[in-house]
Design a protein. Structure first.
Length: 109
């Protein structure tokens, strides 16, 4: 999902962890400013850049709730919500992957 809303793919800072999901989230942003979700897998990896942007509120259609900055990697446990014209998806950030500076996101049960 590193191409989420204009983000360029980022260089990994280490080898891909064996247990990290390889699912994808494919979004399209249209000329009228609308967003559609073209494909969403239930287990994906989000770069720290995307999560930090959502935490700052940089993109109104992508929000994050449940942040806790009192513990290391306070985004673990938070919900990342993506609102699009055709559907919405929610991912719970379940794990921090320091070797690639990314979070695992999973659909909440």
């Amino acid at each position: 999902m590193d191409d989420l809303l204009g983000f360029e793919p980022v260089e990994l800072s280490g080898p891909w962890p064996a247990h990290a999901p390889s699912g994808v989230l494919v979004l399209s942003e249209h000329e009228d400013g609308s967003l559609t979700i073209d494909h969403a897998d239930p287990h994906v990896t989000f770069s720290a850049q995307v999560i930090e942007s959502a935490a700052r509120g940089d993109e109104r259609r992508v929000t994050i709730t449940g942040l806790n900055y009192t513990r290391p990697h306070g985004h673990v446990g938070a919900l990342l919500k993506i609102q699009a014209a055709n559907r919405n998806v929610v991912y719970r950030l379940t794990e921090w992957l320091p070797t690639i500076r990314a979070y695992i996101g999973e659909w909440p049960e």
